[in-house]
Design a protein around this ligand. Structure first.
Ligand code: ZN
Ligand code: FE
Length: 262
């Protein structure tokens, strides 16, 4: 378990399954202990025991089993409140509170902003709490989620929404995929010195078996190939090389399809 301090809460990062991260949000000024995307109930229960606090809330980003499998056992054990997307209510097990874009959730001492970030799935949402972003399988370290249900347009809209958050926003995504993502990034974005520096840094981090996550919005904007279409010079260089239209959506779409085949 790794822990990070924010002004009003701690984030505890719990590795689960092969490469998932589960996050516990522990409020400083109240009894709120909320879990984001409980992939595995036993991991969450162990963390609650070590913190010596009961679980009060479950927040799901989307319906995939590796984000919701813990809902049922945790609900039975803790009688906690389950929060998820209104658009996906029938696919979120034991959902109590349905939320959608721009709803401000006020949990005792924590204000949680909800963003609609459809693309990976059609009911995918993200949670912003102060300077922390919990984005599930939308934005990854140097990558983005696969388009299982949504279109490239929807995903590009969602990624732009996340990129508009302040640069110092900490990105708590749901998987440790950063190193393989960085290998693809280097392939499509050679000569990016910030990318090279990140590859060096994150490789060292993984050698020590530490997480590369959280990253930040600022770092993702300069090194994540799926956010690079925000930069005109990247668009023009990439579009010229691949003989495609020189616009952000065309470049994003081409990058996403290339990554699927990579
Ligand atoms: Zn997923
Ligand atoms: Fe996932």
């Amino acid at each position: 378990m790794w822990s990070y301090q924010h002004p009003h809460f701690y984030v505890h990062q719990l590795p689960a399954l092969n490469d998932n991260y589960i996050y516990l949000i522990e409020a400083k000024d109240s009894d709120i202990l909320a879990v984001i995307d409980p992939a595995d109930a036993s991991v969450v229960n162990q963390a609650c025991a070590s913190l010596d606090k009961p679980l009060t809330h479950i927040l799901n980003t989307h319906h995939h089993w590796d984000h919701t499998d813990g809902n049922k056992p945790l609900k039975k054990r803790w009688h906690c409140t389950v929060i998820g997307a209104a658009d996906d209510a029938e696919r979120i097990p034991y959902i109590d509170i349905q939320v959608s874009e721009n709803i401000l959730l006020e949990l005792d001492g924590l204000s949680i902003q909800v963003l609609d970030v459809k693309g990976h799935t059609l009911g995918h949402i993200a949670y912003v709490i102060d300077d922390a972003l919990f984005c599930g399988d939308t934005l990854f370290g140097a990558g983005c989620g696969r388009l299982f249900e949504g279109s490239p347009e929807q995903m590009w809209q969602s990624l732009q929404k996340l990129a508009a958050l302040p640069d110092n926003t900490q990105v708590y995504c749901a998987h440790e995929y950063t190193l393989p993502n960085l290998r693809f990034a280097r392939d499509v974005d050679a000569n990016n010195t910030e990318l090279e520096a990140r590859i060096h840094r994150d490789t060292q981090t993984r050698m020590k078996k530490n997480p590369t996550i959280p990253s930040s919005i600022g770092l993702e904007k300069t090194t994540n190939p799926f956010l690079r279409p925000l930069d005109d010079s990247f668009i023009h260089a990439y579009a010229t090389e691949k003989h495609i239209d020189a616009n952000a959506l065309a470049v994003f779409t081409h990058l996403r399809e290339s990554k699927n085949r990579w």
